[in-house]
Design a protein around this ligand. Structure first.
Ligand code: ATP
Ligand code: MG
Length: 345
């Protein structure tokens, strides 16, 4: 039975994005906490069919790697979507509050996202299209799940805010107009993993400069139709977001157009940070996600499963999947970690 708005009492804010706001709510009928996302102006009747189709898919989803969906209804001028509350929040909030995420935990994030993507693709024939740290959620039961596929990726970005769906997690081929494939999601995953491991968005105008005054492009920036200028924010400026466009002062700047060009023309980011070392299998995994050519970029299967080595000469070479298949992180480790980052709040 689907959740109705009258069952819900608002408890507080969980966050806001370009497409709307998310609130923590108490479900009186079921005696549990849920999350309610308000998005999509409901007067967009022409898209009704598509919205209904996508909500139906969400309703049909059942996977330990996909945030559960409980129902939807009109709220003011919006559509409210009620979903499972993830009490450790999104991974962007976690790293902004606690700093870079331990690399073994980033490995578990990689595994969960890939399994979620494979579920969506294999069972429902859909591509997520909006993989980024704010759409990867964790809870203190030790689960990592993805949310905001389809509905937000397609409709909110393209219509609701008259924002072009240009995300800085977008793959080089997408920037150049090629159609979406599941490998575009693999690229976005690679960028997200580097961001979580480094504790900062991997693209900036001076990547080797760890100077605090450095300005970075807001990874959540989208390109407004009527503006040539991107949204920039100072590093570590917190999570305040505005739908409008603001341009930070100071010496450094990188416009979103420069960034998109950079993604297309420059070598992909790598798992590298001054004074830090990462396990070679983690670096190999990320490298497998970030091939600029989608033809050689690894598929989710290749990243998850150790295939028998066909090429004997490469028998000793690291496989991209080693990071996942050789991980010794248990569910209890995940629980302990998500609890520690939640208590830090
Ligand atoms: P964008 O609009 O660019 O996609 P976003 O993903 O941050 O950005 P929303 O999807 O509106 O925007 O989510 C806002 C915030 O609410 C998220 O960053 C996340 O921290 C929080 N949030 C979303 N869904 C849940 C949930 N089910 N449980 C707990 N927190 C959530
Ligand atoms: Mg989101």
């Amino acid at each position: 039975d689907l959740v109705k708005d009258e069952d819900l009492n608002v408890l507080g804010d969980l966050g806001a994005g370009n497409g709307g706001t998310v609130t923590k709510v108490w479900n009186k009928k079921r005696n549990c906490i849920m999350a309610r996302k308000e998005s999509l102006p409901r007067e967009l009747k022409i898209f009704r069919k598509q919205i209904i189709r996508e909500l139906q898919i969400m309703n049909d989803c059942s996977s330990p790697y996909i945030v559960e969906y409980y129902g939807c209804f009109p709220v003011d001028v919006h559509v409210g979507i009620v979903m499972e509350y993830m009490d450790a929040g999104s991974l962007d909030h976690i790293y902004r509050r606690n700093g870079a995420i331990p690399i073994q935990m980033v490995g578990k994030v990689a595994e969960a996202v890939l399994k979620g993507l494979m579920y969506l693709y294999d069972v429902h024939r859909i591509i997520h299209r909006d993989i980024k740290p704010s759409n990867i959620l964790a809870n203190t039961a030790g689960d990592i799940k993805i949310c905001d596929f389809g509905v937000s990726g397609e409709l909110i970005n393209s219509i609701a805010n008259t924002f072009v769906g240009t995300s800085t997690y977008m793959s080089p081929e997408r920037i150049q107009g090629a159609p979406y494939t599941i490998k575009s999601d693999v690229w976005s995953l690679g960028i997200s993993l580097v961001e979580l491991a480094l504790g900062r968005f991997p693209f900036s105008d001076s990547p080797d400069d760890e100077d605090e005054s450095e300005l970075e492009l807001d990874p959540d920036a989208t390109l407004p139709l009527n503006s040539a200028r991107p949204k920039l924010k100072p590093k570590n400026s917190g999570e305040g977001k505005s739908a409008g466009v603001s341009l930070a002062g100071g010496g450094h700047s990188m416009s979103i157009l420069d960034l998109l060009q950079h993604i297309v023309n420059e070598p992909a980011p790598r798992l590298e940070k001054k004074g830090r070392t990462y396990p070679p299998e983690a670096a190999a995994f990320v490298e497998g996600c970030l091939h600029k050519d989608p033809a050689t970029r690894k598929s989710p299967q290749e990243l998850l499963v150790s295939f028998p080595q066909v090429d004997l000469a490469a028998a000793d070479a690291l496989k991209a999947s080693d990071w996942i298949t050789k991980s010794s992180v248990t569910k209890d480790d995940l629980k302990a970690w998500t609890k520690s980052v939640t208590q830090a709040e």
